[in-house]
Ligand binder design. Structure first.
Ligand SMILES: Cc1ncc(COP(=O)(O)O)c(C=O)c1O
Length: 487
């Protein structure tokens, strides 16, 4: 009974067929032939790296077949392979569940000393200075706002004006009517996706890229079309390659992070933006430009950066393709993710259409958080400079720790953002992430940032925690890795 969890439906976590399908992403990219193997491999990777923890009850074969759009025979074959590998257990009448990977203890979410694990799966810094004074100011402003009889579903006017003015200063003249307040940058992308891409449509994404954006496309039954972002090349983006992809695959939408790409930390230079803007216009492709890290310019990255330092920021991509870009922004990384608020900037016409489609989901963002953000953006100085200083110190501490503890890893020190994207000498990312759990460090392995398997040599390390904690995390990761080498 190797690693079987207790067979009580009360103690076993479940995963729905829809979530499992979204976690698997595009496992079947190679085509339906040999699908049992491909599906088993994809499931095995997710069990080994802890995304499907041991003791998770799997949906029935019938539900899985429906969610993945394949036959029950293929599901049965894949589960059979996983049973043979000791990664899944089944019992007649009780279904199937994930088992402990052979040779590994169950993932242990605590530190060996019983403390809290160091969680590097989230790239979200804690609340910035200035958040509480702005909260008090918002409380006072609320008195006035309570007199209004209704609410504005696109967002309150003062906040939209402030956000519009920031774009105008950055080189894209923007009217408040071109701004819609959302519940975060990701919400903005989800709305654009709903408006512009339907089931079966292609969506161009960067690879590596933002996993939740991949999930959103997959959940909408879209097809991801990846284009590479190179962490080491002189320019991160291959604009000719993107142009050819747009022409040949005609995606309905592109999703791009040109200002401190997640996870590589690259920033696209002005020349590439101009060429990319022209290509978007020529191919009539809408692009969601995720600027959630745009204000996190840290400077001091490795040479070859394409837009280093707060003073030399290139114009927004929207300046080069105003009609085709939908920019999403957020205070989650500059101020605090807990605000759960963000915005979309687009043409007035698109904002109107986004507003209409939003009405089927919700009718606007909470007023108090809008007042709060409005205060924060009214005088961003007090939060932004300390935030950049803090992240610069954390990045430098992480870089020094990785150089000292893992000298055979390679990376490019990023000029901004919150992540260090590390290349390992062997494809052990998922195994290392699973092993690191036992040392009290939670990691997201690099393959989670890929559309298909293939990024197993990579690891994303966010530098959003204090330097001491980052140093301790790297020490533990190095110990976990040494443990892998001796297995
Ligand atoms: C690239 C990117 N976009 C969007 C988000 C989420 O933004 P929000 O919290 O505003 O929805 C994140 C958060 O980590 C992110 O890294």
């Amino acid at each position: 009974m190797n690693g079987l969890p207790p067979l009580s439906s009360r103690t076993m976590g479940r995963i729905s067929a829809a979530r499992l399908a979204s976690t698997l992403g595009q496992w079947h990219v190679g085509g339906p032939r040999g699908g049992g193997h491909a599906l088993a491999d994809a499931l095995a990777g997710r069990i080994r790296d802890g995304r499907l923890p041991p003791g998770t009850r799997l949906p029935s074969e019938r539900e899985l077949a429906a969610a993945l759009g394949v036959s029950r025979t293929m599901i049965g074959a894949a589960l059979g392979r996983l049973r043979d590998a000791g990664l899944v257990a089944s019992r007649q009448g009780s279904g199937s569940w994930t088992a402990v990977p052979p040779g590994g203890r169950p993932p242990d979410a605590g530190l060996p000393d019983g403390g809290e694990p160091i969680n590097l799966t989230r790239a979200s810094p804690g609340a910035a200075d200035g958040l509480l004074p702005a909260f008090e100011a918002a409380r006072r402003a609320l008195r006035e706002a309570l007199r209004d009889e209704t609410y504005d579903d696109l967002g309150i006017a003062p906040l939209r004006e402030r956000i519009a003015a920031r774009y105008t200063v950055r080189g894209v003249p923007t009217a408040p009517s071109q701004i819609m307040i959302t519940n975060g940058a990701h919400h903005g992308f989800a709305l654009a996706l709903r408006l512009l891409a339907g089931p079966g449509d292609r969506v161009l994404v960067e690879e590596p890229g933002y996993p939740h954006a991949f999930d959103a496309v997959t959940a909408a039954r879209g097809h991801l079309v990846p284009v590479p972002v190179d962490p080491f090349a002189a320019s991160g983006w291959d604009i000719d390659g993107i142009a050819a992809t747009l022409r040949q695959t005609s995606p309905r939408l592109a999703y791009l992070m040109v200002d401190f790409h997640n996870p590589t930390g690259r920033r696209m230079g002005a020349g590439d933006r101009e060429r990319l803007g022209a290509v978007l216009a020529a191919t009539r492709t809408h692009a969601v430009v995720d600027e959630s890290a745009v204000d996190l310019s840290l400077g001091g990255g490795d040479p070859g950066g394409d837009g280093d330092g707060p003073g030399s920021a290139p114009p927004p991509l929207a300046a080069f393709a105003p009609r085709w870009t939908i920019t999403v922004g957020s205070p989650a990384k500059t101020h605090w993710g807990g605000l759960r608020i963000g915005w979309v900037r687009a043409s007035e016409e698109l904002i109107g259409r986004l507003g209409e489609i939003r009405a089927s989901l919700d009718l606007g963002s909470p007023l108090f958080e809008q007042l709060w953000l409005s205060g924060l953006l009214g005088d961003p100085g007090p939060a932004l400079e300390p935030r950049r200083r803090e992240l610069r110190a954390r990045r430098d501490a992480l870089v020094a720790a990785v150089r000292a503890e893992c000298p055979d890893w390679s990376f490019r020190t990023p000029d901004g953002g919150v992540n260090l994207w590390c290349r390992l000498p062997e494809p052990i990312g998922p195994r290392l992430a699973a092993a690191a759990r036992q040392y009290g460090v939670l990691l997201t392995p690099g393959d989670r940032f890929g559309v298909r398997d293939g990024l197993e040599r990579w690891l994303r390390l966010p530098f959003t925690q204090p330097p001491d904690r980052l140093r301790e995390a790297v020490r533990r990761i190095a110990a976990a890795r040494a443990g892998l080498a001796t297995r």
